[in-house]
Design a protein around this ligand. Structure first.
Ligand SMILES: Nc1ncnc2c1ncn2[C@@H]1O[C@H](COP(=O)(O)OP(=O)(O)OP(=O)(O)O)[C@@H](O)[C@H]1O
Ligand SMILES: [Mg+2]
Length: 230
């Protein structure tokens, strides 16, 4: 399928520092990149190089110290929190490296929670949640609470939550980090299918070189900098 030419996300001269115990960590150091609508992008690089920080600022979960993040035509680096949460709710599905599930909700309720509050009927919310849980092969665990799920099952639940509202962009931080090879392939195949069928932009952070064949674009980071884009 041809990649459409619209820019979905653009990072321009983005910097982000963390200060810890007197030391300054330059987590993002003058990062520039463009992600086009419908692309499947893989971000890779060693532990601590800034991959999660980059994903967080690209989605408005975190604010850069300087630079611009143009998301679907709008600079979100300076947007207010209510605008940011609206953009995330409407347009972004985010898979967290550490899952971020709500412990007091079941797997199904965690997935549904993206749609709350809503004008949709309860039956429609349930139908969508069941479809998303089936897509990630977790339907048999729908009534389990996060403590009753394995690491891989929590990861699948996090992915179901990221796709239920059919976002324009899915940003996934190590979405297969806790999965066996078979489940890893299932999840990557599912992301590719969503990417192809609905022109959803997919950005995946991963350490695993063998997943590179899924990508149209591979961004390699090192010490807060983009080292290579191909
Ligand atoms: N909240 C924070 N406070 C202080 N330092 C932070 C914070 N978050 C990240 N860092 C530091 O910023 C750098 C980049 O972190 P980041 O989590 O983006 O790396 P990463 O590439 O995702 O690593 P990993 O592959 O281990 O997930 C690291 O040196 C990390 O220790
Ligand atoms: Mg990380």
């Amino acid at each position: 399928m041809p990649i459409s030419k619209d820019t979905m996300i653009e990072a321009m001269n983005v910097n982000k520092e963390y200060r810890r115990a007197g030391a300054i960590i330059h987590a993002l150091n003058d990062v520039n990149l463009t992600i086009k609508s419908g692309e499947f992008v893989i971000i890779q690089g060693p532990t601590g190089c800034g991959k999660s920080t980059l994903l967080n600022v690209l989605s408005g979960l975190d604010i850069p110290d300087s630079g611009k993040i143009i998301f679907d035509g709008e600079n979100i680096a300076r947007a207010k929190e209510d605008r940011l949460s609206r953009i995330r709710r409407m347009k972004i599905g985010f898979v967290f490296q550490d899952f971020n599930l709500i412990n007091t909700l079941t797997a199904m309720e965690n997935v549904e929670s993206v749609l709350w509050p809503t004008v949709l009927r309860t039956s429609e919310i349930e139908r969508r949640a069941i479809t998303a849980l089936r897509d990630v092969n977790l339907i048999e665990r729908k009534d389990h609470f996060p403590v009753q799920l394995s690491g891989g099952e929590k990861q699948k639940c996090g992915l179901a939550r990221a796709i239920i509202h059919r976002p324009r962009v899915i940003l996934a931080d190590e979405p297969t980090g806790n999965l066996d090879p078979e489940s890893e392939k299932e999840i990557m195949d599912l992301l590719k299918e969503i990417n192809k069928d609905s022109d959803t932009t997919v950005v995946v952070v991963t350490h695993r070189d063998k997943l590179n064949s899924y990508a149209n674009k591979i961004i390699t980071m090192k010490r807060g900098k983009i080292q290579n884009i191909k």
